[in-house]
Design a protein around this ligand. Structure first.
Ligand SMILES: Nc1ncnc2c1ncn2[C@@H]1O[C@H](COP(=O)(O)OP(=O)(O)OP(=O)(O)O)[C@@H](O)[C@H]1O
Ligand SMILES: [Mg+2]
Length: 145
């Protein structure tokens, strides 16, 4: 699925739409691997996703690596910007999060490519040449080749 947005609120809405689809399908857990350059809207998307479950005030976990939220679903919001290898992941207890009940949303998942679980949903956000606020959001199910 491909969406185009023109402001952060529209990107939030796409995140909320994905959450709604998963909830309707009875999917209560899952790994959402976010890709895209700095400031492209990964946190905005996550904010929208979380808002669908009644969670407000999602902020970038840059300095904490992971923020945990609990609403109608549990959400673990990771920022892998500073994660460079498996040891870093191990030290934050990543494996336990992956096994836990709830959704994981990981920004900068490019940095943990080898550790993304099978069946993850990939969300890739990119800038469009048409304007400063134009974004393309691509949602793909399952591991990429
Ligand atoms: N279409 C759009 N979708 C999302 N954000 C947009 C859009 N147009 C402009 N923006 C602006 O871009 C910024 C996106 O910030 P956000 O923190 O969500 O990005 P990010 O990808 O999480 O960045 P980082 O890599 O630093 O974590 C905000 O300032 C937002 O207002
Ligand atoms: Mg962010």
């Amino acid at each position: 699925m491909i969406y185009y947005t023109d402001c952060d609120l529209e990107t939030e809405r796409v995140g909320a739409a994905l959450a709604d689809m998963l909830e309707r399908d009875g999917v209560r857990r899952g790994f959402i691997a976010m890709r895209g350059e700095m400031g492209v809207g990964k946190t905005a998307f996550t904010r929208g996703f979380a808002s669908h479950f009644g969670i407000k005030g999602v902020k970038s976990p840059t300095y904490t690596v992971v923020n945990e939220y609990s609403g109608r679903a549990r959400i673990y919001h990771f920022d892998m910007y500073r994660i460079t290898d498996g040891d870093d992941l191990y030290s934050i207890g990543y494996d336990d999060y992956v096994d836990s009940e709830g959704y994981i949303i990981a920004e900068w998942s490019e940095n943990i490519e080898d550790f993304i679980p099978e069946g993850a949903i990939y969300v890739t956000i990119s800038r469009m040449p048409e304007g400063d606020t134009k974004r393309k959001i691509e949602i793909e199910y399952g591991r990429r080749a």
